[in-house]
Design a protein around this ligand. Structure first.
Ligand SMILES: [Zn+2]
Ligand SMILES: [Zn+2]
Length: 428
C-alpha cells in the first residue's frame, strides 16, 4: 500500500508515546474546513490503524490505538498515559477553565467577548518539538485553538457571543500563572451640555499637592472645586452602571468663570461598568434636576467619537458683558468694525502661557455686534472661529492680541462676564 508523506510523518510523530486527537489534528488544522481538530486527529489515528491492520508495520506506540478493535493483525492496543503535548489539557482542563472564567465574570453584563490565552511553557515546548517532526505548513497555532475552543465553551455556558471586533469583555487566561483576568470595555456616552452657572470647572480638579488624598491646601477635599460638570453628569450614570470612575471628553471647554448656554458636545467614558444596559432617557432626567448643568441627546457611541470630538473645529458665538474703566467715547466705536474685517493675531494669553506653548495664532471673527447698555458698559455678541480667545480680544492682553477692543476704543476693561451663547456643531 502506498503511504503518503503526511501519513508517514504522523506515524513518526506517534512513535514515542500517546498524543491526543486535538494535538494530532492541530498539525493539519489548516486543511479542509468543517472539522474540529479533534475530528481531524481522530481521522488520522484511524487511518494509521487501518494501515496497521492491513499488515504494514508502522512502529506507532500502541497506546495511540487504545479503544480500536483490530482484526487481521495481532495488534493489542495499550492504555495511554497523558497526551505528550498537552497533558490532556483539551480533554480534561478546558471545560473546568471555562467554568472558572464564567465564575470570574460574575455579574458583569456583556453581550460579546473575546478570549486570549498564554499557554504554559511546558505545553509550548512540547508543541515546538512536535513541529520539528510535523512542520508548520498546515498547522494551527495552539494559542488560537485554545482561544477558539474556550470561546465555544463560554458561548455554551453563557449564551453570549465570541466577537473579535469590539467585545464587551476581554478574557485573559494565563496558563503560566493559572490566573484569569477580565477586562471590561468602557461605555462611551455622547451628549451635549449646558453650564448654567459660573465658577465650576468642566472636569474634576484633583488637588496636585496631595493627589486627591486631602490636605491642608485643598482643605481635606482632595479637589480644588466642590463640583464640576463631569461630577454632576457622572453621578447618576456611575450609580446605574455600577462603575467607580469616569473620564470626561469635551469638545473644548469654557473658562471656569464663563457660563455655556450653547450646547457643548461631550463624551463621558464610564470605566469598567458592571451594567451596560442603562436607560439614558431616565439618566438625562436625573442629571437635569441639577440647577448647574443640563444635558440632552445622550446616546451610546463608539470610542472613535472621542477623537472626532477633540479634532473638530467648531465656531462659537459668545456673549460678553463688559464694564470699562472710563466713560465710553461713542465716536471711537466705529473703529470696532475692523474686528470682523481683519484677522485677529493672538499670542498665547498670559493667563495660559504657563501650560501652553507661546505662539502666534491667526483667527477670524465671523460676526461682531454690540449694544451700549450704560455709560461704561457694552454688551458684545461675537461669533468666532475655534481657538480664538475672547477675553483677550476684548482686553488686548497687554498688546498680545491685535487688534483688540480696548485699544480701539481707548478704554481699559474693569470687569467682564462671558457666556458661550451658541456652539455651531453638527449633530452626531
Ligand atoms: Zn493533547
Ligand atoms: Zn490636597
Amino acid at each position: 500500500m502506498f503511504m503518503a508523506e503526511l501519513i508517514k510523518k504522523f506515524a513518526e510523530l506517534l512513535k514515542t508515546g500517546y498524543i491526543c486527537d486535538w494535538c494530532i489534528g492541530r498539525n493539519i488544522g489548516n486543511l479542509l474546513s468543517g472539522f474540529t481538530n479533534k475530528e481531524r486527529g481522530r481521522l488520522i489515528r484511524y487511518q494509521l490503524a487501518f494501515i496497521s491492520d492491513s499488515g504494514e508495520k508502522l512502529d506507532v506506540d500502541l497506546s495511540n490505538f487504545h479503544g480500536i478493535n483490530f482484526r487481521d493483525s495481532k495488534i493489542k492496543p495499550q492504555t495511554p498515559e497523558k497526551c505528550k503535548i498537552c497533558k490532556n489539557f483539551f480533554d480534561e482542563k478546558l471545560g473546568e477553565l471555562g467554568e472558572g472564567v464564567v465564575k470570574k465574570i460574575g455579574d458583569i453584563e456583556f453581550d460579546t467577548f473575546v478570549v486570549g490565552t498564554i499557554p504554559s511553557d511546558e505545553i509550548l515546548n512540547a508543541e515546538e518539538k512536535m513541529q520539528e517532526t510535523m512542520g508548520i505548513e498546515f498547522s494551527e497555532p495552539i494559542k488560537s485553538e485554545i482561544n477558539r475552543e474556550m470561546g465555544k465553551i463560554i458561548e455554551k455556558l453563557t449564551g453570549k457571543h465570541f466577537d473579535l471586533k469590539s467585545p464587551d469583555v476581554t478574557i485573559l487566561v494565563d496558563l503560566k500563572t493559572n490566573s484569569i483576568k477580565i477586562q471590561v470595555k468602557s461605555l462611551f456616552i455622547y451628549g451635549r451640555y449646558q453650564k448654567l452657572v459660573r465658577g465650576i470647572p468642566q472636569t474634576k480638579w484633583i488637588c496636585k499637592e496631595c493627589n486627591g488624598k486631602g490636605c491642608t491646601y485643598c482643605k481635606g477635599e482632595g479637589k480644588l472645586y466642590k463640583t464640576s460638570i463631569q461630577e454632576i453628569i457622572e453621578s447618576p450614570i456611575l450609580k446605574d452602571a455600577q462603575s467607580k470612575k469616569s473620564a470626561f471628553h469635551g469638545a473644548g471647554r469654557e473658562d471656569i468663570d464663563a457660563r455655556n448656554l450653547g450646547w457643548r458636545p461631550f463624551v463621558i467614558e464610564i470605566v469598567k461598568p458592571v451594567r451596560r444596559k442603562i436607560n439614558l432617557k431616565e439618566l438625562e432626567k436625573k442629571i437635569n434636576k441639577s440647577k448647574k448643568v443640563h444635558v440632552k441627546e445622550l446616546k451610546f457611541v463608539d470610542k472613535s467619537i472621542v477623537r472626532k470630538l477633540k479634532s473638530d473645529r467648531i465656531d462659537k458665538t459668545y456673549f460678553v458683558d463688559v464694564e470699562f474703566k472710563n466713560k465710553i467715547e461713542k465716536k471711537l466705536l466705529k473703529k470696532l468694525k475692523i474686528i470682523a474685517q481683519e484677522p485677529i493675531m493672538q499670542k498665547t494669553p498670559l493667563r495660559v502661557v504657563h501650560r501652553r506653548a507661546d505662539k502666534m495664532r491667526k483667527r477670524y471673527v465671523k460676526k461682531f455686534s454690540y449694544k451700549i447698555v450704560g455709560n461704561k458698559r457694552i454688551q458684545f455678541k461675537i461669533k468666532a472661529e475655534s481657538g480664538l480667545y475672547i477675553k483677550e480680544l476684548i482686553s488686548g492682553d497687554g498688546g498680545r492680541t491685535q487688534p483688540n477692543v480696548s485699544e480701539l476704543i481707548d478704554n481699559k476693561v474693569k470687569k467682564m462676564s462671558l457666556d458661550v451663547f451658541e456652539i455651531h456643531s453638527k449633530k452626531i
